[in-house]
Design a protein around this ligand. Structure first.
Ligand SMILES: *[C@@H]1O[C@H](CO)[C@@H](O)[C@H](O)[C@H]1NC(C)=O
Length: 358
């Protein structure tokens, strides 16, 4: 009985025993095949990913090429989003050169400025347009005894090439509280300080154009594309000035010669145009060493004062598509009403801008 049981057990074990190698073979083969499939699938994925990467690189290279060609024609910065894949290629060097044309003249923009609630806002608006201009050098002159921390730090963080000067207006020329803004000349001391800096620090070997860029105007980047064409003295329309929508020279479109002016306000001015409406080649500034702005000049005649020292009406070069385009506006920022500050100070014992620069 026990024997029978044992033999039947043996038979059972033997019955599975002969199948075991097949299981083994089947299992190992399956694993092998699955492994194979997995490896092939992974390689396929890899090839696909590499193809995509190559395609992206090719496309970005083409974009870079197109941008640099366009850039050579227009001489202004072109911003091309750069896919990460393009970083692999040598064209990155070329990409970094886009927008930096070193053959054009440097624009030296002269900006007088003074401390007031809107100062930083005005300078911010200006600086962010100027960042779009290739070969730009900002000369900022503070009407103050000392350079202020606000302007010093602002310029340091502006990303622009700049020169920071301070030149206080002599006390007897300062505006009184009750004086109208047009009563006494503004910016004379500061613009003259900038002209002195230019004459002391730059020479004839430098290709440049000088522009008086007040800190309250609004400038289009296209204005600077016109300005680089100035050979002696260039002029163009200015929006929102002289009581008109636009005050402009009247130009012969073919020759660019200025045949007249449309000004109504003091049309007897030798050059009836706004400070924002002209630029002077650096060579002219260096040649005519005596050309400065002057005090004791009737309001509205400062532009004429400098221009009559450097040029004649019939020498003017009319720009901005034959004086038909407005690229600068004589905007006026309204003085902010800050009367709640006094209530704030009484309530809180300090100004709202204590410890925070505005
Ligand atoms: C002009 O300035 C450049 C650079 O500042 C200088 O290298 C050069 O010697 C100067 N030339 C003259 C004639 O002073």
């Amino acid at each position: 009985m026990q024997n029978k049981q044992q033999s039947s057990n043996m038979m059972y074990k033997n019955g599975r025993g002969w199948l075991r190698p097949f299981y083994f073979i089947f299992l190992s083969r399956t694993i092998l095949v699955l492994g194979f499939i997995f490896v092939i699938w992974q390689s396929w994925n890899n090839i696909k990913a590499q193809e995509e990467l190559c395609q992206m690189t090719r496309e970005s290279l083409e974009a870079i090429k197109a941008a640099s060609i366009a850039c050579k024609n227009v001489k202004e910065p072109v911003h091309v989003p750069l896919p990460t894949s393009a970083r692999m290629c040598d064209a990155i060097g070329e990409y970094n050169e886009i927008g930096k044309s070193n053959d054009g003249p440097t624009i030296f923009a002269i900006t007088p400025t003074f401390t007031r609630p809107v100062q930083k806002a005005e300078l911010t608006r200006l600086s962010q347009t100027f960042l779009l201009v290739p070969n730009f050098h900002w000369i900022v002159i503070e009407d103050s005894e000392e350079k202020t921390p606000l302007v010093t730090n602002f310029l340091a963080e502006s990303g622009l090439t700049y020169t920071h000067i301070n030149a206080p207006t002599p006390t007897h020329y300062k505006l009184g509280k009750s004086d109208q803004v047009w009563k006494k000349p503004r910016g004379v001391e500061q613009r003259n300080a900038a002209l002195r800096w230019i004459r002391n620090n730059l020479n004839e070997s430098r290709n440049g154009v000088v522009y008086f860029a007040d800190d309250d105007n609004t400038y289009s980047r296209h204005l600077f594309r016109e300005m680089v064409k100035v050979k002696r003295v260039g002029v163009w329309p200015v929006g929102l000035v002289g009581g008109l929508m636009v005050e402009k020279p009247i130009c012969d479109e073919a020759t660019g010669k200025v045949t007249g002016f449309n000004a109504i306000w003091k049309p007897e001015r030798p050059f009836p145009i706004d400070m924002a409406g002209f630029a002077i080649n650096l060579q002219v500034i260096l040649e005519k060493k005596e050309a400065y702005f002057a005090y004791d000049i009737q309001s509205g005649f400062q532009e004429s004062e400098i221009l009559k020292k450097v040029t004649f009406r019939d020498e003017l070069e009319g720009l901005a598509s034959g004086c038909t385009k407005v690229y600068v506006w004589h905007t006026r920022t309204q003085n902010p009403v800050l009367n709640t500050e006094n209530i704030y100070k009484k309530k809180r014992g300090k100004a709202s801008n204590t410890g925070i620069e505005v």
